[in-house]
Design a protein around this ligand. Structure first.
Ligand code: FES
Length: 111
């Protein structure tokens, strides 16, 4: 069976961008390449609607929402992508309804 691809979606809209999401996107891409994680795809996303909690990064299909992410969090996020634990300190910041809406959009293929 083919390995499932993990999409790492980094919001690059205004609020998240103002808080450094472009740097996060570039750094994550570099780290994923460096680590040889061929089953992980890092890409920008238009906006998750959790703008006040940005920078936001959503993992799909695992449906994990990391909020208020900084460059200091990348080691732990990469460790998670390599099979380590979910970075719990970055989860649960965005209200459940917003998260569910985004997960439904992603389930519908909107990414
Ligand atoms: S600007 Fe990033 S979630 Fe809206």
């Amino acid at each position: 069976m083919a390995e499932e691809v993990c999409h790492v979606l980094v919001c690059t809209n205004v609020d998240c961008k103002d808080r450094g999401s472009q740097d996060l996107l570039a750094a994550l891409k570099a780290r994923v390449a460096q680590e040889g994680l061929t089953d992980v795809v890092v890409k920008p996303y238009l906006c998750f609607g959790g703008c006040q909690h940005g920078p936001n990064i959503v993992l799909y299909p695992s449906k994990i929402w990391y909020a208020q992410v900084t460059l200091n969090d990348l080691d732990d996020i990469v460790a998670h992508l390599k099979g380590g634990p979910v970075v719990r300190r970055l989860t649960g910041k965005v209200d459940a309804a917003t998260q569910e809406l985004i997960f439904q959009l992603l389930d519908a293929g909107l990414f």
